[in-house]
Design a protein around this ligand. Structure first.
Ligand code: HEM
Length: 323
């Protein structure tokens, strides 16, 4: 009897330890950085190689690829929906205002998908995961921080231009609107300030920042004058200006710029309009470590927005089309 209750006690102890180990496991639902380790160990190195080559060809591509992941995640979660081309049944997000004549890098994603499916021998890697890994590898290729990407996202079978128009933040937003926009995605003010630091790389078009350089008052006068020479009041809509002085380097210059009222977008400069966000921007301006750590953390949080996992969605054969 005594022996029986001891075994029962041991069995219960074992069960409770196992249960607690499982419940504290950092990664659940098969959504983890190791997702492809067994099914296709060559997937991640292949993506890295293609991203590095694309960035080598054109440094801006790193910025464009990072932005694609952001525009994917903010529209019904990170599900590859931004990659779907228009058809009679697909309301393509590519045609939404924030993406039309602006989002770029789709051909690089196509190339990655083709190469990954080839090395894996079958289509096991989702387009949504390709976007997430590509964003990370692009930042690294331009000298920025690295982070572990949880994997196992699956691809959507729908897209929504309407949601892209309403949920991707606009460059004319002020701080309360930006904070609210991020909050609706489950992201905090700190995420907003850290992720806006993505504008340490890449470019924007004249039509996007025209209103700021002619009408804003919280802008450095010489900075505005200089931009006006390549961005007239009318025309030259597609002329580019860099979002910070070093658009091919992932550094802290973006935040330095904000402190001297040289943010290119109204939404960038908005971060300096409140004490709490200004304080964070100031700390990132001189502390690489803090920016890198917080940027990486916030990228993980953004990448985890509403993934399709398990048997939801599908693994597309072609990122531009539903199977
Ligand atoms: C906070 C709200 C944000 C707004 C209002 C915003 C808006 C914009 C706009 C209007 C452009 C220029 C597009 C063009 O001229 O064609 C741009 C470029 C860019 N954005 Fe944002 N953005 C925001 C946050 C982010 C975030 C969170 C990321 C990534 C994590 C990001 C990454 C980029 C990059 C890398 C570029 C340059 C792209 C290129 O050169 O191709 N942005 N953004």
């Amino acid at each position: 009897m005594a022996f029986g209750s001891l075994s029962l006690f041991r069995a219960l102890l074992f069960l409770s330890l196992t249960a607690s180990a499982l419940s504290t496991r950092p990664y659940k639902n098969g959504f983890s950085p190791q997702f492809y380790d067994y099914v296709c160990p060559q997937a991640l190195p292949t993506i890295k190689r293609v991203v590095e080559a694309a960035v080598q060809r054109e440094r801006r591509m790193g910025a464009s690829l990072l932005r694609l992941h952001f525009h994917d995640c903010f529209v019904n979660g990170c599900d590859g929906s931004i990659l779907l081309d228009p058809t009679p049944t697909i309301d393509s997000e590519k045609l939404a205002f924030p993406n039309n004549n602006s989002a770029r890098g789709f051909e690089v994603i196509d190339q990655i998908k083709a190469e990954v499916d080839r090395v894996c021998g079958r289509p096991v890697v989702s387009c949504a995961d390709i976007l997430a890994i590509t964003a990370r590898d692009s930042v690294v290729a331009l000298g920025g921080p690295s982070w572990k990407v949880r994997l196992g996202r699956r691809d959507s079978t729908t897209a929504s231009r309407t949601t892209a128009n309403s949920d991707i933040p606009a460059p004319n937003m002020d701080l309360p609107a930006l904070i609210n926009n991020f909050k609706r995605q489950g992201l905090k003010v700190k995420d907003l300030v850290a992720l806006s630091g993505a504008h340490t790389i890449g470019f924007a078009q004249c039509r996007i920042f025209r209103d700021r350089i002619y009408n804003d008052s919280n802008i450095n006068h010489a900075f505005a004058k200089n931009l006006q020479s390549s961005c007239p009041r009318m025309g030259s809509d597609g002329n580019l200006a860099s979002l910070d002085p070093t658009p091919a380097h992932f550094d802290t210059r973006y935040y330095n710029n904000l402190l001297s009222q040289k943010g290119l977008l109204h939404s960038d400069q908005a971060l300096s309009t409140d004490e709490s966000t200004l304080k964070l921007a100031k700390s990132y301006s001189y502390d690489y470590d803090a920016f890198w750590k917080d940027f990486a953390k916030s990228m993980v949080r953004m990448g985890n927005i509403k993934p399709l996992i398990g048997n939801q969605g599908q693994i597309r054969l072609n990122c531009r089309r539903v199977n």
